[in-house]
Ligand binder design. Sequence first.
Ligand code: GLY
Ligand code: MN
Ligand code: MN
Length: 356
Amino acid sequence: MSIESRQQQIDEVIAAEGLDALIVTDLINVRYLCGYVGSNGVLVITRGRRVLLTDSRYMADARERTRGVEVVQAGRDLMDRLADVVGSGRVGFEAEQVSVARQGRFTARLSSVELVPTAGVVEGLRVIKEPEEIAAIRTAAGIADVAFGALIDDGFAGRTEAQVAWDLEGLMRAAGAEGASFDIIVASGAHGALPHAVPRPAPVQANSLVVVDMGARVDGYASDCTRTFATGPLPPDLEEAYRVCLDAQRAALAACRPGVHTGDLDAVARGIISDAGLGERFGHGLGHGVGLDIHERPWLRQEGGEVLQTGMVVTIEPGIYLDGIGGVRIEDQVVITDDGCELLTGITTDLINTSA
Ligand code: GLY
Ligand code: MN
Ligand code: MN
């Protein structure tokens, strides 16, 4: 689907929602709909007109890079030109994203329109990936695999968690990434029991599990992969946690196909971890969609009410976190196919022992 067909689809959604216009302020949604990549842009879509408001810093790049929009220069807060382009009637705005202060500025500038809070209008299109989007994510996942491969070859080599994270980011950039898709997690020993640990300036511990969670970004698209390594012989509870987590992850991958409810998929993994008496140690959801955003729909959670469809890209990432001892998470990124799912991440999930 080209940007032009995304624009055609959003026109149809706006009409179906009974809106006369939509003000798109989420920069990822703006990028998705017209290609703008700057930090200050608002896309206004009316019946028959699409206008990107941006400021002088971005005019030349926006004119060159975007498609299917008029690019209009506005002042720094972009509000001074809003009334000129919004028109009249029922005007939607992205309620999840607009601050109270900005809503106040909308109200002040657009006194003659009916402002309508909306949620998920553009995100609903983004949830199914086009072949070009899947190709970008596949490339990003391959780049992260290169960095994981170097880590497996070299071990942690006496480095601190923070040094390892920095080196992994460098490897991904050298392999063609625009950057890391989120702040890389390297967490050893008891620190690994924090699902989103911040790497410390402390050496990676021996005889422990080390959680390494990273992804690359390519053409704006994110990859996301976690592997947990052993740095020597493990205490039995950590060995058991790894084995249970891997069983849960493999079972969820095997159950991943179109038509499955996200809550039911979460239950496949959670059931295995709970049966091992570790259910309380798996506090987060099974996974999430990934695209231009690192975390986006569909949400694979206990309360998840979505249904997997061909073309969604999601993570499958159960974790077990033992306070004061250590943690394990095993995360793959997959694309849902007509009869199952295809792995985008390529590193083995067998437990790898490497040096601290
Ligand atoms: N990197 C965060 C996550 O795996 O969701
Ligand atoms: Mn991750
Ligand atoms: Mn993830």
